[in-house]
Design a protein around this ligand. Structure first.
Ligand SMILES: N[C@@H](CCC(=O)N[C@@H](CS)C(=O)NCC(=O)O)C(=O)O
Length: 223
């Protein structure tokens, strides 16, 4: 059996979430970079594999999975020595699933509404409405955290690994107020102390922030 192949980009938060999960599990991936700006995800071969043409896409010896959240839960089920990152207990699992859907449906979705038109379609729309819509997530996350270390209690789960990559990609354009969100900021610091965090998340998050600023300036200069 070969290593699971991951089609990814470091600037993609969901790709980094899968890489963090693999690192937490000690699973080695065969990493295949995809350049979204060059449209490498839109080739007929890629679309045949993933009709949604998104990264990350996993090919685990013929098992094709797309959507980072589905990939992360698959990796824990298939390669985890235990179920801590994605508990089998139904109530605990439902809680983790709820946070994963929060990432998909709220956090990442709102970030994407702001980022994608600027990165790919020449837009200059960095309106306060889009920014404050992202920041509404900070209220919700502050409440998720209660007095716990992680988003689903005191055990790290894939919900943390998925949300952290999104939040650290958008927190410059949608800043997190220190006074209003101390628990959220403490959680971000806690996540940044994971041994595999720096290599996998930090550079990619900086890369997407830089690209966002460059594209916004470039798009504005063309108007
Ligand atoms: N919910 C998906 C979102 C994946 C996604 O939208 N990825 C972006 C890059 S961050 C992408 O591939 N965009 C290209 C496209 O949608 O055509 C996941 O978690 O994997």
């Amino acid at each position: 059996m070969g290593k699971p192949v991951l089609y990814y980009a470091t600037l993609s938060p969901p790709s980094r979430a899968v890489m963090l999960t693999a690192a937490a599990l000690g699973v080695e991936l065969d990493l295949r970079p995809i350049n979204l700006l060059k449209g490498e995800h839109l080739t007929p071969e890629f679309i045949k594999m993933n009709p949604q043409h998104t990264i990350p896409t996993l090919d685990d010896n013929g098992v094709i999975i797309y959507d980072s959240h589905a990939i992360c839960s698959y990796l824990v089920g298939k390669y985890g020595k235990d179920d801590k990152l994605y508990p089998k207990d139904l109530a605990k699992r439902a809680n983790v699933d709820a946070r994963l859907h929060f990432d998909s449906g709220h956090l990442f979705a709102r970030g994407r509404m702001l980022f994608e038109p600027i990165l790919y379609y020449g837009s200059t729309d960095c309106s306060i409405d889009k920014i404050s819509y992202i920041q509404k997530c900070w209220d919700i996350m502050e409440n998720f955290l209660k007095d716990d270390a992680y988003l689903c209690g005191n055990e790290l789960t894939i919900a943390d690994l998925c949300c952290i990559t999104t939040i650290t990609s958008v927190d410059e354009v949608a800043p997190i107020n220190e006074t209003k969100y101390p628990k959220l900021l403490a959680w971000i610091n806690r996540m940044s102390e994971l041994p595999y965090y720096k290599n996998i998340n930090e550079e990619g998050a900086e890369e997407v922030k830089k690209l966002f600023k460059e594209k916004l300036t470039e798009n504005k200069s063309k108007k």
